[in-house]
Design a binder for this molecule. Structure first.
Ligand code: S3P
Length: 170
């Protein structure tokens, strides 16, 4: 039996480029691409924002885990996860069991530039650098457990996707 290629899980802060890099990477690898937030929205028929405001963060986190565990992993995929997904130990373990975990490492200033105009759950308005730094610092010990970390401060998704491809194929 031919062994299936490992799935690729992209982790990292909001604004680190998981979805845009993931889409390009999937094309380069000829895998399919899945964005976990989009899948959650499809399954729940609500936006992520709605889930946070109507049901609260714990409900979103449960839905996030359940949606992931129910994914059809029969074909190799690049999966962009939400920024908080790896914080649950079982989610990180699930990703490790099923593939390669890649952290798109972006600095707070890069993230601020990319999401400053967006109204994001967990981040106040007006958004300032220290808000992002506080969240990032809390999450660093988890993100650092990725198998591979990639500098994602350069905003060119194709260049980042090609870096990842080179590393996983070497
Ligand atoms: C979150 C990141 C978001 C989304 C939700 C919570 C987080 O996804 O899952 O708003 O906790 O960092 P992206 O990282 O894809 O923006």
């Amino acid at each position: 039996m031919i062994e299936q290629q490992p799935h690729i899980f992209l982790i990292g802060m909001m604004g680190s480029g998981k979805s845009s890099v993931g889409r390009v990477l999937a094309k380069l690898l000829r895998y399919s691409f899945l964005d976990l937030d989009t899948e959650i929205e499809r399954v729940s028929a609500k936006t992520v924002h709605q889930i946070f405001t109507e049901d609260g963060e714990p409900a979103f986190r449960d839905l996030e885990s359940v949606t992931a565990m129910q994914l059809d992993l029969s074909k190799p995929q690049v999966i962009a996860t939400g920024g908080g997904f790896p914080l649950k130990k079982e989610n990180l373990q699930w990703m490790r069991r099923n593939g390669i975990v890649i952290w798109l490492q972006a600095d707070s200033s890069t993230i601020l530039e990319r999401i400053v105009e967006e109204d994001r759950p967990l981040l106040p308005q007006p958004l300032r650098l220290e808000h992002i730094e506080t969240l990032l610092n809390k999450r660093l010990p988890v993100y650092q457990q990725a198998d591979i970390s990639i500098d994602a401060n350069d905003g060119d998704p194709r260049a980042i996707a090609m870096d990842i491809k080179e590393i996983i194929e070497s």
